[in-house]
Structures are given as structure tokens and as C-alpha cells.
Design a protein around this ligand. Structure first.
Ligand SMILES: [Zn+2]
Ligand SMILES: [Zn+2]
Length: 406
């Protein structure tokens, strides 16, 4: 039996960093008891020694690349022990969690198809073509301001894309509210938390209060507007949606970056479209050598035509998404709430308690006014061995199924 006590960060910490495949939880979360058989303990010790030997043999450059530059915490378990000098981002004992960290835990992404790299390439390609082939001509014939403005809009758009794709969307730490009614040997009743939700009263409408649910995978009571992302396998504060083009969730901490990326991407596309049209049609108002008609102009500036087509095609999807998110932010509703409560149900009595009933106020809150908040998972803090937030604890459904079979 291993008991827990509070760490300096205020979270329950297990005294031993054992893998929690089978846990027996009979008491209050702060006094969680964990059981492990003797055989698995010796197996663990053997494994511990083995990975220690392997970690010592890793050369510096290997450790630099795999522990700092690109860090897959699940992969790290295979070749290196969880030393007490590690940081939280290096520790993940749940293989279902899909995060990969970069630059010492400063950036993150989701493992899987690297669609965010393709999105990034689609943003970079037109500006590279523009800078190599078009910028010089426009600088001399139109104005340096035309070129500088485009580069400035593009840089802003790219920075917002970068932040939306690589920053924490509002992850919540796991295993903070472990139900006391689970018992590995016997379950008299299913845990209350699994079936319960609390409705907090809200201003002006007590019927449609704010529902607070228990996450049976993360073992936490979710704050209002939080939901569990099946791809990231974590609960996200103010969850909007999981964006495959960013390879990241969009939530409390990166929604504003996402919105401004959409807006700036659309502005950048429209701007590029206009200046490319001006370049192609310039022969009508100014002197361009060997150009007297549109066909000659296309021959002279073929990449302007390419950029016109590119910017029209690239504009379509972000413009539709921007229009949709302008509508959502004007109502102060998330994509998830809209799809679950408004779009799918024809006759619903859903009341959005977060709507301020002022479009201007709602837009201001979402585009300018909401705070990014703080990172609640503290990825770069020092790892406390046995920190229960990083332990693998089976989702409650699995416990239920297992018990039903018995
Ligand atoms: Zn969850
Ligand atoms: Zn996600």
C-alpha cells in the first residue's frame, strides 16, 4: 500500500512512481490508497534498472534531440527512467495521450498526421514566391509601402497560426477528483460521479444553469464549458473544437489566436489578390516594357496570375470559417455548444447563459477582452516523483465493464 500526501504544488503525490494499472481507492482523494502485488513490484524494479543502464548510454546529442528538441513522453518511457530531475512535460504515463513537445516543453502538438505542417507550408509558399518574383517589381513600380504592408499582414497571420497550433489550448490536470466508491475487489454501486452532473444556477435563469459534469477519463469535475477532447485525451477549458488543420485543440487559451489567424489570413489573401491584379493590369496606367495587352502581361508576369488563382482558392475556406466564427462570437457560443445544442436539435429549449444579449459586447469579449488565463498543467515545472496527475488510471467505463463481466 502506498499512501499519498500533498506536493508543494498542492496536488496529491504518490510516494512511489508505480504504474497504476490496478488501484484500490477507498478513501478521500487526499488519502488515496494504492495496491500493487509483489510480483509486479519486482518486475518494475527490474525494468527500472534496465532503463537506467540504457539512459546512461545515451549520447548527449541523442538526449538533446529526443528530450529537448522533440519530446515524445510516451516514447521516452521506453528508453529512459523518470528521474527526479525531469520536468512535467517529460512525464506521461498514459499512452493514449498524444502530445509531443518541442524546445524543452515550450511548444506542443498532437501526434498523428502532420496536417499543421501542410497548413504552415500553404501559408509560406505564396509569400516565398511573392518575395522572390514580385516584391522587387512592386517596390519600384508601385510603392515600397505595398510590399511592406503585405509582409506585415503575412507575418501577423503566421504568428497567430503558430501560436494557435503550438500553444496549450487550456488543458486541465487529470486525476484530481478520484471517486472514493471504486474498489478493485468489489463494487457495491457504480461511482456516483459517473452518472452525476451538477447544475449551477446562473443569473436570470435557474432552469438552464451551467452544467458541471464529471469526466470519467480524466477523473475530474469539469469547470463550466469544459469538455473532453477524444483526440488529445484531455479536458480542455472553454473547448471550441479540435482543429485538424492546426493539429491542436482550440479552447480557452488559443481561441483568440485562432480567430485572429482566420481574419488575418483572409485579409492577407484579399490584399495579395488586389496587388497581383494591379500588377497584371499595370500596363494600362503605366509603362511596362514589351507589354501592351493582357495576354502579354500574363506572359510577362506569369506568377502574378498564379498568385491570383492561389489567393482565391486559399481564401474560400478561411472566409467561410471566419463568417461562422463571427456568428458564433457575436452570440458568445462555442462551436461545440452550437453543434450539440442548437444545430442538431430542431425543437430545443437551450439557453446560452453566456450570451450578454449585446452583439458588440459578445464580439469584444471574444476578439479582444478575454484573458488567456494560466497554463494549468505546468509542463516546465520540476516533476515530483509519483505526482498522481501523470499516473495512468483506468477510465471509469473500463472498471464498470470489467465488474459487469465478473
Ligand atoms: Zn477529460
Ligand atoms: Zn483536441
Amino acid at each position: 500500500m502506498i499512501s499519498t500526501n500533498d506536493s508543494s504544488a498542492g496536488y496529491p503525490v504518490l510516494k512511489s512512481s508505480l504504474t497504476l494499472n490496478h488501484i484500490s481507492l477507498n478513501s478521500h482523494p487526499e488519502e488515496v490508497s494504492l495496491r500493487q502485488t509483489q510480483s509486479s513490484r519486482s518486475k518494475h524494479d527490474y525494468h527500472h534498472e534496465e532503463i537506467k543502464v540504457r539512459s546512461r548510454s545515451l549520447p548527449f546529442i541523442h538526449r538533446f534531440i529526443t528530450n529537448w528538441l522533440i519530446m515524445d513522453p510516451v516514447l521516452k518511457r521506453k528508453y529512459q527512467t523518470h528521474s527526479s530531475s525531469g520536468k512535467n512535460y517529460e512525464i506521461e504515463k498514459d499512452p493514449d495521450v498524444k502530445f509531443v513537445f518541442f524546445f524543452g516543453g515550450r511548444l506542443l502538438s498532437i501526434k498523428g498526421k502532420p496536417i499543421n505542417i501542410i497548413t504552415g507550408a500553404l501559408i509560406v509558399i505564396p509569400v516565398v514566391i511573392y518575395c522572390i518574383f514580385e516584391a522587387k517589381w512592386q517596390w519600384h513600380h508601385l510603392s515600397p509601402a505595398v510590399v511592406i504592408t503585405f509582409i506585415y499582414i503575412w507575418l501577423l497571420a503566421f504568428c497567430h497560426f503558430w501560436k494557435a497550433a503550438t500553444s496549450d489550448a487550456g488543458m486541465l490536470p487529470k486525476n484530481l477528483h478520484i471517486p472514493k466508491s471504486i474498489n478493485n475487489e468489489k463494487v457495491d454501486n457504480p461511482p456516483d460521479e459517473y452518472f452525476n452532473s451538477i447544475t449551477l444556477p446562473s443569473y436570470g435563469n435557474t432552469k438552464d444553469g451551467v452544467v458541471v459534469k464529471y469526466c470519467s477519463t480524466c477523473h475530474i469535475w469539469r469547470p463550466p464549458r469544459t469538455s473532453h477532447c477524444g483526440t488529445c485525451q484531455v479536458c480542455i477549458l472553454n473547448h471550441d473544437h479540435h482543429c485538424v488543420f492546426l493539429n491542436n485543440c482550440v479552447g480557452e487559451r488559443n481561441y483568440m489566436y485562432f480567430l485572429w489567424f482566420l481574419l488575418l489570413a483572409c485579409v492577407g489573401c484579399i490584399y495579395l489578390l488586389i496587388i497581383s491584379i494591379v500588377q497584371l493590369c499595370y500596363y494600362q496606367i503605366g509603362e511596362v516594357s514589351d507589354v501592351a495587352s493582357m495576354s502579354q502581361s500574363v506572359k510577362h508576369f506569369p506568377l502574378s496570375l498564379f498568385l491570383i488563382i492561389y489567393s482565391i482558392v486559399a481564401l474560400l475556406y478561411p472566409l467561410l470559417l471566419l463568417a461562422f466564427h463571427l456568428f458564433l462570437t457575436s452570440q458568445n457560443i462555442t462551436t461545440r455548444e452550437y453543434l450539440n445544442n442548437v444545430y442538431k436539435r430542431k425543437h430545443n429549449d437551450f439557453v446560452n447563459v453566456f450570451d450578454t444579449h449585446s452583439i458588440a459586447k459578445n464580439l469584444y469579449i471574444n476578439w479582444f477582452g478575454s484573458s488567456r488565463g494560466v497554463n494549468l498543467t505546468f509542463p516546465r515545472d520540476k516533476y515530483q516523483p509519483g505526482d498522481i496527475r501523470y499516473e495512468k488510471i483506468e477510465p471509469l467505463e473500463l472498471f464498470s465493464i470489467e465488474y459487469e463481466r465478473k
